[in-house]
Design a protein around this ligand. Structure first.
Ligand code: GDP
Ligand code: MN
Length: 387
């Protein structure tokens, strides 16, 4: 779960990292009033879940009300690489003497937390890694011991920070590591971490991703989910406990098991189709759950045909077939469905479906066959192998 900059900064502040105080607003008038309270100069920042906002024109300094009006008007509603700006963060503008880069993330191959630090902040980390690999310090942290102030100071020195701010940078790194562990983050990144002319070390930007599987330990962080920018169908799926990811195509996909759904997406793409979603129905087979899943898939207007790919393992195919028949009795979908049933009790399952003789429902034996059928149906072509 990715957080907006200002939400990340709230978590930073909770753990003693210095940030500028500010306000989140959604209208130009609110921006003007917030700027007055904060005091000029201010910086107006687009709150979207994508980096490079500065280059896209989503970060602007304002010295007075007229500039706040102009920039707020421009940034609100702006589209930054597919992300529409609904919220502006306004904070007191900082004077910058130096810009650094700092991040804590999980190095899965080393099975340890990794601290990354560079004195070349402000630009993309990928760019730093390319142009100045020697200036990117990478240090693993013993997860049991945590990041000590001594190790943090060593990282700052190795990164070549000005000697008078080694302590300040070390403190910031220790706090950032605490954010990462205490909040169950998968990434905590500051770019830039700045030094002001008064030699104060402060986080000017925040990029925090929280581990969704650990949210139950942080009920207070649940509210940080970016409701406004979240897809409506994805939100409904989350509320219903279903794993749904919206995609750009027109073929709805449902399978039991994440791996099977992933390979279904591949097979449909290979057959020349374009999946509209990822949806894992999990192991269950009851009619209510299937009906919920079908409703979710059809909530996406782009869907022209749907592929159900069911492999019966522990869940028996005949049970799934009964669930499907009951579900179709409840919703009567208007687009064609291809159902591929294979695995435990598949003969029985296909027989049940054939006997039910559901309108607009086709059955297939193999994934390839099913994919070809659904691609044909989505493009309005007839299907030869209808059940
Ligand atoms: P990003 O482009 O999405 O990474 O957004 P940032 O929050 O990093 O802002 C982009 C750039 O704007 C920063 O690298 C800074 O150079 C500049 N910037 C942001 N806030 C301030 C500020 O308070 N004062 C000054 N002088 N520059 C700022
Ligand atoms: Mn940044």
């Amino acid at each position: 779960m990715d957080l907006l900059e200002y939400q990340g900064k709230q978590l930073f502040a909770r753990h003693g990292l210095k940030v500028s105080s500010g306000e989140a607003v959604t209208t130009v008038e609110q921006a003007v009033r917030a700027a007055q309270r904060i005091g000029y100069p201010v910086v107006l920042k687009a709150q979207v879940l994508v980096g490079g906002r500065g280059k896209a024109g989503g970060v602007k300094l304002a010295g007075g009300e007229a500039q706040v009006r102009e920039h707020a008007g421009n940034i609100l509603g702006m589209d930054i690489r597919g992300h529409v700006v609904h919220t502006l963060w306004i904070e007191r503008a900082s004077d910058i003497a130096s810009e650094y880069y700092a991040a804590v993330l999980l190095d899965r191959s080393a099975k340890q937390p990794l601290v990354m630090f560079s004195s070349e902040g402000g630009v993309d980390i990928e760019q730093i890694a390319q142009s100045h690999p020697e200036k990117l310090v990478r240090e693993h942290v013993d997860p049991l011991a945590g990041l000590s102030r001594e190790q943090a100071a060593r990282i700052a020195v190795a990164g070549g920070v000005d000697s008078d701010v080694v302590d300040g940078v070390a403190d910031a790194l220790v706090s950032l590591y605490e954010v990462w562990t205490a909040e169950d983050a998968t990434l905590a990144e500051i770019n830039p971490l700045i030094v002001t002319p008064e030699r104060e070390v402060r986080a000017l930007d925040a990029k925090v991703s929280l581990d969704g599987n650990a949210l139950f330990r942080h009920p207070e962080n649940r509210a940080l989910a970016d409701r406004e920018n979240e897809d409506k169908i994805e939100r409904r799926a989350a509320e219903e406990g279903l794993q749904y990811v919206k995609l750009d195509g027109d073929i709805g996909i449902l399978g039991n098991g994440a791996g099977l759904v992933m390979s279904t997406l591949d097979v449909v793409a290979q057959a020349g189709g374009s999946p509209a979603n990822f949806l894992d129905a999990g192991g269950g087979s009851d009619a209510k759950k299937v009906a919920q899943a079908v409703e979710l898939i059809l909530a996406n207007d782009a869907v022209k045909a749907v592929l159900f790919n069911i492999f019966g393992g522990i869940t028996r195919v005949d049970e799934v077939a009964r669930g499907l028949i009951a579900a179709f009795g409840q919703i009567k979908p208007s687009v064609p469905f291809v159902v591929r049933l294979d695995g435990t009790n598949d003969v029985e399952g296909r027989k049940l479906l054939a006997e039910a003789d559901l309108p607009n429902v086709y059955t297939a034996r193999t994934m390839d066959e099913a994919a070809k059928m659904v691609v044909a149906l989505a493009s309005g072509r007839p299907v030869g192998a209808a059940a």
